[in-house]
Design a binder for this molecule. Structure first.
Ligand code: KG4
Ligand code: ZN
Length: 344
């Protein structure tokens, strides 16, 4: 069975085809294609929703064609069409959903809406070192920071989450304050490479709260306070120090809470997913802590950390395998810009 996935929740148009066999083996990625709108939004310092939607419309069909070409497949070889149903930007989501519904109707195939975060959460199953259930998941994207206990496909228990900004947002907003480009996470991480993390004392919000929740908005305010005290424009070396200090604060909180969640759950497996999961310093510290504690840690391939179509096709395929998916055949579709994973 071939499952096509279309992702268009934010500023990346992703299309991919995965195959599933009868035997219950993990789905296999046949081909994927991605267009990032980063350059287009850069001039505005962030995502402009209307421009995002218009660009998804332009990109989605050529990407679909290149995926089918790469897989050596035709449209008729698509057995199920999946799309990101939410959460995300309403207009952007509608492009992927509308395209998927039109395709499914034209081909007379079932249509399946997928939760974007479930895609992130399951994306390590496409890596060379896939996890097995149960595990603790640290989901760190631009819009979400959550710790979850995952006992199987569709069996997600929220252990803790951010009470304000997400970790990715903390990276992005701090980067903006430092005059670094958009998206801020990768730019700040690159800038931090030459800096001294101890040059600035920044807060570690909720580090000792005793629960598994996060808070990052105070960190952004602390960065703003520092920037106001510093010369404008920021000298390169000072900016590198501030970037390193900011990254260290975010990473320390994520690592400490993730390890606390692992300890509390009694599990010995951690899965990291979402765009911030691409951060090298986060990976370095998690690797070290997990090695010391005898915990296996799994990451998606670097290219599958940020938004992509492969994770949507994969999540749809795994839901179908688990007998959890309820595909539709009437051409109707909906998008849910706000959609808690627990209700998926
Ligand atoms: O998962 P994702 O692509 O989109 C959402 O679903 O939100 O995550 C995007 C977030 C952005 O905040 C971006 O700055 C951050 O992931 N990010 C990083 C890195 N790469 C992406 N943050 C820190 N270090 C990175 N290397
Ligand atoms: Zn995402």
């Amino acid at each position: 069975m071939n499952v096509l996935g279309i992702e268009s929740s934010c500023d990346e148009t992703g299309v991919a085809l995965v195959s599933v066999d009868e035997g219950g083996d993990l789905p296999r990625l046949r081909a994927q294609a991605l267009h990032s709108q980063v350059e287009m939004h850069q001039a505005y310092g962030g995502v402009v929703p209307e421009l995002a939607s218009r660009d998804h419309i332009r990109r989605v069909l050529p990407l679909l064609q290149s995926v089918l070409d790469e897989a050596g497949a035709g449209r008729r070889d698509v057995d199920v069409v999946a799309y990101t149903r939410g959460p995300g930007l309403a207009g952007a989501l509608l492009v992927g959903a509308g395209t998927a519904a039109a395709l499914a109707t034209a081909l007379d195939r079932p249509l399946l809406g997928v939760h974007h975060l479930e895609g992130h959460l399951l994306s390590p199953f496409l890596s060379a070192d896939p996890p097995s259930f149960p595990f603790v998941a640290l989901l760190v994207s631009g819009g979400h920071t959550q710790l979850m206990r995952v006992d199987g496909v569709g069996r997600y228990e929220l252990l803790g989450e951010t009470i304000d900004d997400a970790a990715g947002e903390a990276f992005d907003k701090s980067a903006k304050l430092m005059g670094l480009g958009y998206p801020g996470g990768p730019a700040l991480a690159r800038c931090a490479e030459g800096g001294r993390a101890d040059a600035f004392a920044l807060p570690r919000p909720l580090l000792h709260s005793g629960d598994l929740d996060f808070s990052f908005s105070g960190l952004k305010t602390a960065v703003l306070t520092q920037v106001r005290k510093l010369p404008d424009p920021l000298p390169e070396a000072v900016r590198a120090d501030l970037a390193a200090a900011t990254q260290a604060a975010i990473v320390e909180v994520l690592v400490k809470k993730a390890m606390a969640a692992v300890a509390a759950s009694g599990l010995d497996r951690l899965v990291v997913a979402g765009g911030v999961g691409a951060n090298r310093e986060l990976r370095r510290q998690l690797d070290e802590r997990c090695r010391r504690r005898g915990v296996r840690v799994h990451y998606p391939e670097l290219a599958l950390c940020t938004d992509n179509g492969a994770m949507i096709a994969l999540a749809a395929a795994m839901r179908l395998q688990a007998g959890l998916a309820v595909p539709t055949r009437d051409g109707a579709f909906e998008v849910l810009p706000r959609w808690p994973l627990g209700q998926a």
